[in-house]
Design a protein around this ligand. Sequence first.
Ligand SMILES: Cc1ncc(COP(=O)(O)O)c(C=O)c1O
Length: 363
Amino acid sequence: MLKVSESIKELVPYPPGKPKEELQRELGIEKSFKLASNESPLPPSPRAISAMMEALGELNRYPDGSCYYLKERLAEVLGVAPGNLVLVNGSNELIQLLAAILLAPGDEVVMSEPTFLMYSIAVRGQSGVPVKVPQNANRHDLEGLLAALSERTRAVFIDNPLNPTGQIISGDELSGFVARLPSDVLLLLDEAYRDFVEREDFISGLELFRDHPNVVVGRTFSKAYGLAGLRVAYGVASEEMISYLDRVRQPFNVNTLAQKAALAALGDQEYLENTLSLISREKGRLYSEIKGLGLDYIPSETNFFLIDLKREAEPVFDALLYKGVIVRSMKSYGLPDYIRITVGTEEENSSFIAALAEVLEAG
Ligand SMILES: Cc1ncc(COP(=O)(O)O)c(C=O)c1O
């Protein structure tokens, strides 16, 4: 009998948003769309697509393991040194690498409840202990997170903005928190949705990591840049921290197409602005449609938000599936009356509202 680690046996796999293909296979539904995984509803930038097309003939070779050109460009755009960057196979990889670097069995990582589910999976995967602090009014409870620190705490994982509620920590709150966090406790600031933030009192961890070498910032090309299928993201941190991450990552963790596409996408500001304005406009429209249906929502600084159905959400989630609309059930996040939707295209959002109205009317 294999001696598999007890913490792995207890793990529940990450439940991804249902893929469209699954709906087709399981329910025979041909026409469906997905508003479940906080992806961009728009195809990638045409520049990213042609950069990938050009690179197809090079795929007999391994990728550039240092991501040299992408790193140089990112460093320029972000105003950091290339040595402050690590490119990763999606932010998920960054989260796992941090857990691998920091944790011995029994070590703790403090996080909110609910938050992005991968945090606790990554921690348990290293036989670590996720210490969960309930949110306060749908936001990170910063005092609570500090109060949960112990001798065994190695890190605090924070998504800013917060998934699934879409709330941010203000700049003042964040600076105050970082100042009070012991310097031997790492702080991951996961800024996957940073591009969507409109509030002006937000500050990025990029403004903090130089004075606080325990801060690591995570960013991704999966959301506003529309490259979720490629798996490319990055971490910004002190050179020392980057050197540890480089020791444990796979040498070719970011594939050639992902590197080329991300580099090209960085040069397409117009694409990014177009995406951000679509999301902002459509989010506003969805808010008023949701109100019109007599439901509540939690206003969000991201491309997704929570809808309070004021009843058990699972039957509504199932009925929407039968209509070809894939949203996210929040049961696994401990929010049984809520669904989370990702803002889609104008057409998708209108179809979603029409389907939701029909489902609610049917009872
Ligand atoms: C807070 C947060 N971080 C990270 C990710 C994953 O990003 P990536 O596609 O870069 O792995 C998600 C995805 O849903 C997320 O919600």
